[in-house]
Write a protein that binds this ligand. Structure first.
Ligand code: NDP
Length: 338
């Protein structure tokens, strides 16, 4: 069965990665795009060879699409997901799921009640590098993980210097943009959840309107592991990385906090250094493949709606920690479901 996708949002991320990812599936088709401007919808549909376009959400949801990919600005994800669930459409939503974890939980509940699949587009779980690190930890290759460090300070490309640095009401700021990804990647790779977070933010000259464009966090995880993250929109030459240090060895990954299947992972132990090999599949194509499997009832999305609640709860706690100068307890308030 073909999965007919409708795009909610005439966005950059859909144009750069997600339309191709859908089209790379043997059973995936992009049939429509919806924008808040009918004119933009038309132009976007033409540019990307999408046969139908809508300037209205109800029209898209009233059509024969099976699933929607939501990549509008962050304040719109809540209402669009609730409406899609009500219309019986599967939902793959961009991160952050919403502006608050309370709203994100409503989205998860609505999709669950409607019996549709919900996923969060945390692409980094799909990177071969992160899956290789997760496997190495599970296989005990670094012993007991003690500490992790995420380096995700980058320079926001000029074409993305819009709502992210000017519109708090749209969910701008580096914490909702990047820290959510670190949070999800740490949870995925470590197989562990954070319990507490401290943070400091900065406005280094790019973001306006009281928004932060740099942040460092420090977290404690359930196992006792401690982790630090550094995210920025203003750092041009740092490069990205991810390290996990255990009792018996360390995993040192470079250039892996990225949208492309690139980078390296080195395992360092008393025996020396070993470069781990991993697959180089496109991250977004893999996310789509797993989402299609979830629609068929064979698997879960690579990041579920609940994972999106977790990453947002962590980001929310980071913002509160920075605002108050206190260490904040992280609680996604997710009820266990049979
Ligand atoms: P864009 O700024 O490209 O698009 C967001 C919205 O802005 C669109 O839905 C569109 O509204 C509006 N818009 C776009 N172009 C114009 C224009 N020329 N004039 C007026 N409005 C315009 O955002 P991104 O693609 O960067 O991000 C979208 C979402 O995806 C966010 O939630 C973000 O966090 C997430 N994201 C996720 C990534 C990942 O790897 N998982 C990477 C990048 C982003 P309309 O649809 O109404 O036309």
């Amino acid at each position: 069965m073909t999965v007919k996708w409708g795009l909610i949002g005439a966005s950059t991320i859909a144009r750069q990665f997600m339309i191709d990812a859908i089209r790379s599936q043997p059973d995936g088709e992009v049939v429509a795009v919806m924008s808040s401007s009918a004119e933009r919808a038309g132009a976007y549909a033409r540019e990307n060879e999408i046969s139908r376009h809508y300037g209205d959400l109800d029209a898209l949801l009233g059509s024969d699409v099976d699933a929607v990919y939501i990549s509008t600005t962050n304040e719109l994800h809540l209402e669009q997901t609730l409406a899609a669930a009500k219309a019986g459409k599967h939902v793959l939503c961009e991160k952050p799921l919403a502006l608050t974890s309370t709203d994100a939980r409503r989205m998860v509940e609505a999709c669950h009640a409607a019996g549709v699949v919900m996923g969060t587009n945390h692409h980094l779980r799909n990177a071969g590098a992160h899956r290789a690190m997760r496997e190495a930890i599970r296989d005990g290759r670094i012993g007991r993980p003690l500490a992790a460090r995420v380096f995700h300070a980058v320079y926001l490309p000029e074409h993305l210097q819009g709502w992210r640095i000017t519109r708090p009401e749209a969910g701008g700021g580096v914490v909702l943009d990047i820290t959510v990804h670190d949070a999800d990647t740490l949870r995925f790779v470590l197989g562990d959840d954070p319990t507490q977070i401290a943070a400091v933010t900065q406005s280094a000259g790019m973001a306006a309107g009281g928004l932060e464009d740099g942040v460092m966090t420090a977290m404690t995880f359930s196992s006792g592991l401690i982790a630090q993250t550094h995210d920025s929109f203003t750092v041009k030459h740092a490069g990205t990385g991810f390290e996990i240090h255990g009792t018996e060895g360390s995993l040192i990954a470079r250039d892996v906090m990225t949208q492309k299947p690139v980078g390296s992972v080195v395992l360092r132990t008393p025996k020396g250094e070993e470069e781990l090999s991993f697959d180089r599949e496109d991250l977004y194509a893999r996310s789509l493949r797993q989402f299609h499997a979830a629609i068929r009832g064979e698997d879960q999305p690579s990041a579920t709606g609940e994972d999106g609640v977790w990453s947002l709860a962590i980001a929310e706690a980071a913002l509160e920690a920075a605002r108050t100068g206190r260490t904040i307890t992280i609680d996604p308030k997710l009820e266990a479901r049979a």
